[in-house]
Design a protein around this ligand. Structure first.
Ligand SMILES: Nc1ncnc2c1ncn2[C@@H]1O[C@H](COP(=O)(O)OP(=O)(O)OP(=O)(O)O)[C@@H](O)[C@H]1O
Length: 560
């Protein structure tokens, strides 16, 4: 029943991908991970409500004693008020602590979960979302969801409790006044459907343009050297300006709508307050109520109206969280890869392709068409082919990053064990992709990615084998810092460290995609000799270099 009400309230325009029920279920699951913080906030909020209502009573009591309307100790009454003020301080400080310390923890946790999910998802050949957009979602949408679950929801509970408490208190003092104070609410509830559906549209547009701006910023910073050499800095800045101007436009329209809605609502509340003031002033003048009661009236009217106003202020947060949740759900839409314990074959092992065909999701061309080939255990194969012939695609198939449309790929070892290529078999491979693939950090950090428990000696050995012993003569040796993309090293140096990293991982099947392209002939020769010295490895090179082909015992020519 209540979900039906919410569904109506949050009815989505046609362009929304998820129904309210699906989004609420997703938020409910996310809430379970943040329960502790949400409950603490709710308890604090309710304690705040109790203190607030007790303060109204204490003040009325103190004024009535001072004006002689009732008897008792004025000092005691004021002392009680002081205790309540101290309680209010304590609640406020605890709230700030929970918000900042537990808040960042909850946000970090959700970010970790989302990133882990992204890393476990299937690779679809082409990334569906720009990396800037993904980062924007992981940062801002995660924050919106966590703040909503841990702060907005508990706040709503305490604000609603304050509203109900103050309303009941006023109702038993003066029912007419209580009703006048909330007269605007039915209008508000009626208008809220229209408000929410409009705000959702604005909100989605703002978040979309914000992601677009972040993607542009990230790409420009990442490729600033290229931009400098193309001398297109001004063009990039003007493109950014155009993206930002769209964002500003959407923000302006959302703000205009929000300001007008608030104006409408606040006028209603203000009229309610004026009527309440006039009503209680007339009754005070007629001697029907005491001065203390009038003060209590006005305080209660304020305490009813301020939560009602807060609830309206929380409305954009409710709208915003739906947009944020949708954007995170989109990231989770990409199916997860097969999960489980890695399946390790005995070394050396081979890979057999039988009549394999592959077409990318978004294409119609058979990039690999009925290919059969056996990369036998301990062999060394050179994969050749013109550019675009499907060499990298074949590597992706071997690594089970993509699945064949038809045909079989299986990994087998000398004991006769065979298994269909899958993410669980990826542990039998080591892959050196094209280009510079070092991450920021030190050379040691990069090597440890392949084997976290590698010893200093093991690292030095693979560096020698990969002809990267120049590392030892650098002033900081293994602790030399590399910036993003191996900055600070030459292409050839970075390439050799990447090969060393692959050797350190030491798996049965080694895939090298143009991994020696930046090396001089002499270094390449030494490197190949070292790599091929290992007889229990199955080696696959993608290459155009005659030297490499000369060292291989088989060739596979694609695109013929
Ligand atoms: N992610 C993708 N989505 C759709 N098509 C793709 C994708 N990656 C590659 N292709 C297409 O598949 C074909 C083979 O690409 P692939 O990268 O495997 O070629 P390649 O032989 O490695 O080329 P090169 O020698 O230039 O690196 C190309 O026509 C390319 O346009």
């Amino acid at each position: 029943m209540w979900t039906l009400g919410l569904k109506k309230l949050f009815r989505m325009p046609d362009n929304h991908r998820y129904s309210a029920r699906v989004t609420l279920r997703w938020l409910w699951r996310a809430w379970r991970g943040n329960r502790r913080q949400a409950l603490l906030n709710a308890v604090l909020g309710l304690a705040g409500v109790a203190v607030s209502l007790a303060t109204v009573w204490a003040m009325q009591h103190a004024i009535d004693i001072a004006s002689g309307a009732s008897s008792g100790s004025l000092y005691f009454a004021v002392g009680f008020m002081a205790v309540l003020i101290l309680c209010d301080f304590a609640i406020h400080i605890s709230g700030v602590w929970i918000k900042n310390i537990l808040g960042i923890k909850a946000q970090n946790r959700m970010q970790r979960q989302m990133l882990g999910r992204l890393l476990r998802s299937e690779w679809r050949g082409r990334e569906r979302y720009h990396s800037g957009d993904v980062i924007n979602r992981l940062e801002f949408d995660v924050n919106t969801v966590v703040v909503f679950l841990t702060e907005t929801v508990p706040n709503t509970v305490s604000v609603a409790a304050l509203f109900a408490g103050a309303f009941l208190y006023l109702l038993q003092m003066d029912s007419f006044l209580a009703v006048v104070t909330v007269a605007i609410l039915p209008v508000f509830i009626f208008a809220s459907r229209f408000y929410i559906s409009r705000m959702r549209k604005f909100s989605r547009r703002v978040r979309h343009s914000d992601s677009h701006v972040q993607s542009m910023l990230q790409e420009t910073v990442q490729h600033r050297m290229l931009i400098k050499t193309l001398e297109c800095g001004r063009l990039m800045v003007s493109r950014l300006d155009s993206g930002q101007s769209t964002l500003r436009n959407h923000v302006r329209r959302r703000t205009k709508f929000s300001v007008y809605s608030n104006l409408f609502l606040n006028s209603g509340f203000s009229i309610g307050y004026l009527v309440a003031f006039l009503w209680s002033a007339v009754r005070l003048a007629d001697g029907v109520i005491t001065f203390g009661a009038m003060t209590a009236f006005l305080q209660l009217v304020y305490r009813i109206q301020s939560p009602a106003r807060d609830l309206t202020r929380l409305a954009p947060a409710f709208v915003g969280v739906f947009t944020a949740a949708e954007r995170l759900m989109e990231l989770e839409e990409i199916p997860e890869e097969e999960q489980g314990a890695p399946v390790m074959m005995d070394s050396p092992c081979g890979v057999r392709l039988e009549n394999v065909t592959y077409i990318y999701d978004n294409g119609s061309r058979k990039v690999i068409d009925g290919l059969s080939f056996d990369f036998t255990p301990g062999s060394c194969t050179a994969i050749l082919g013109e550019t675009g012939a499907g060499k990298t695609t074949l590597i992706r198939l071997l690594l089970a990053l993509v699945r064949p449309v038809s045909g079989d790929i299986s990994v087998y070892d000398a004991t006769g064990r065979t298994a269909e290529a899958s993410p669980l078999l990826r542990g039998n491979f080591v892959y050196v992709p094209q280009g510079n693939t070092l991450l920021s950090g030190t050379i040691r950090d990069n090597l440890l990615l392949a084997k976290p428990d590698a010893t200093e000696l093991e690292m030095k050995e693979v560096l020698v084998k990969a002809c990267a012993d120049f590392v030892m003569s650098l002033p900081d040796g293994l602790d030399t810092e590399t910036s993003e993309g191996g900055g600070g090293l030459s292409e050839g140096q970075a390439q050799r460290i990447a090969v060393a990293r692959a050797l350190l991982r030491g798996r049965s099947i080694m895939l090298f995609d143009e991994a020696t392209s930046a090396l001089d002939a002499e270094t390449e020769k030494r490197l190949l000799k070292n790599i091929l010295g290992d007889n229990d490895k199955t080696i696959i090179f993608i290459t155009h270099r005659p030297a490499v082909i000369g060292y291989c015992d088989k060739t596979l020519k694609l695109g013929e």
